[in-house]
Design a protein around this ligand. Structure first.
Ligand SMILES: *Cc1c(COP(=O)(O)O)cnc(C)c1O
Length: 376
């Protein structure tokens, strides 16, 4: 039996008719960019996430750039970002000409350590971008409190956490200035290509992002500011609206699989299952275990030899990336991020995973992990 890390073909087989029916009128209408389905999706997702405003755009990465531009972040400014995240979080900061200041994370939850804001905040710091890594909200109340103390804007990178809850609140109502979503196919709500969205509760800020996504023009051909071309395709929006109806079921499927792994992997030597604080409701974009004793890569290889998909998200913390060498980051600077990068392994948790497939993953990890104990 092979078990892919993610099975988008199984998802497509289940929803093919609905998505085809949803996109057909858009193809007929020939209004391919920013048509009525975009506005409809914006309303649906604002409601789903508990935010006042939603602005569709071309990708999650662009959503971060639009948010930074709308908040006036630019050259000379610093933005605090976690080092243990997908590259886009920091790349967006650089794209607006600002400088990322890399923060360490909680080694258990993988999310930004609020105390790092105290350590890194300087008079040049303008914003902080906490990431809800792997589907679980960051420690937002502590982050928001520190941000207020230092006068920082907060952009919540919720690319992996649509639908997550934090202390009973949805991601659009926790308190960040802008919340960004990604519809990259591997996210919990993925489109048929690239897509993204900014959520906000402040009307002026939302309006700035709306204008920035169309070259800063309002009305058309009257450019108030220099923006970008970052629109959402009508086709993607129509497909996303159709898929949104299934999102809660998919979350439940992921959570069911995660609970199964939590139970069955709990006692496996050298393996740590994800730590989710009791007030967080994760949507498990990834189920990420930690394998101690320097044996992670051997386990990864063993799983792959058995036909089981797995991946290291993310192998190199951002302060050690080549493109940021000029910022002077060195090994040892951010010990939690570096240790997590050496130990994490994400295993299949998608909703369509069958019981047999899940059992196969667990059996393989059990088989591969006694060696860890013997060596460490
Ligand atoms: C996927 C992702 C992004 C970027 O989204 P794209 O739509 O791929 O540009 C940003 N941040 C995080 C944490 C992500 O996982």
């Amino acid at each position: 039996m092979t078990v892919p890390l993610l099975d988008l073909k199984a998802q497509w087989a289940a929803i093919r008719e609905e998505v085809m029916a949803a996109i057909e009128p858009t193809l007929q209408s020939a209004q391919y960019v920013m048509g009525p389905p975009v506005k409809q999706l914006e309303e649906e997702l604002a409601g789903y996430c508990g935010a006042q405003h939603a602005i569709g755009c071309a990708s999650g990465s662009d959503a971060l750039v639009l948010a930074l531009m709308a908040l006036g972040v630019g050259p000379g400014d610093e933005v605090i970002v976690p080092a243990f995240t997908f590259f886009a979080t920091a790349g967006a900061v650089s794209r607006v000409g600002a400088t990322p200041a890399f923060a360490d994370n909680d080694p258990q939850t993988f999310n930004l350590l609020p105390s790092e804001i105290e350590r890194l905040a300087s008079p040049r710091t303008k914003a902080v971008i906490p990431v809800d890594l792997f589907g679980q909200a960051a420690d937002m109340d502590a982050i928001l409190e520190a941000a207020v103390r230092h006068g920082l804007a907060v952009i919540e990178d919720a690319a992996q956490s649509i639908g997550a809850r934090y202390k009973g609140r949805r991601i659009g109502e926790i308190g960040a200035d802008v919340i960004i979503l990604s519809f990259f196919p591997s996210k919990n709500l993925g489109c048929l290509g690239d897509g993204g969205m900014c959520l906000a509760n402040d009307g002026d800020l939302a309006e700035r992002m709306r204008v920035l996504r169309v070259h800063g023009a309002k009305p058309k051909y009257h450019h108030r500011v220099i923006g970008m071309n970052s629109r959402l395709d009508s086709l993607q929006a129509a497909a996303l609206s159709a898929k949104l109806k299934h999102l809660d079921d998919w979350h439940e499927g992921r959570r069911r699989n995660a609970a199964y792994y939590d139970q069955t992997l709990a006692g496996v030597p050298g393996v740590k299952t994800p730590a989710i604080p009791p007030d967080c409701w994760s949507v498990y974009n990834q189920y990420t275990i930690r394998i101690a004793g320097g044996r992670r890569d051997a386990v990864m290889q063993g799983l792959r030899e058995r036909g089981i998909g797995c991946e290291v998200y993310y192998p190199i913390p951002l302060h050690l990336q080549e493109c940021y060498a000029h910022l002077g980051g060195k090994p040892g600077d951010l010990p939690n991020a570096e240790q997590n990068a050496g130990e994490v392994l994400s295993i299949p948790v998608y909703a369509e995973l069958t019981e047999d497939q899940g059992a196969e993953v667990v059996a393989a990890i059990r088989e591969l992990c006694p060696t860890i104990q013997a060596r460490s």
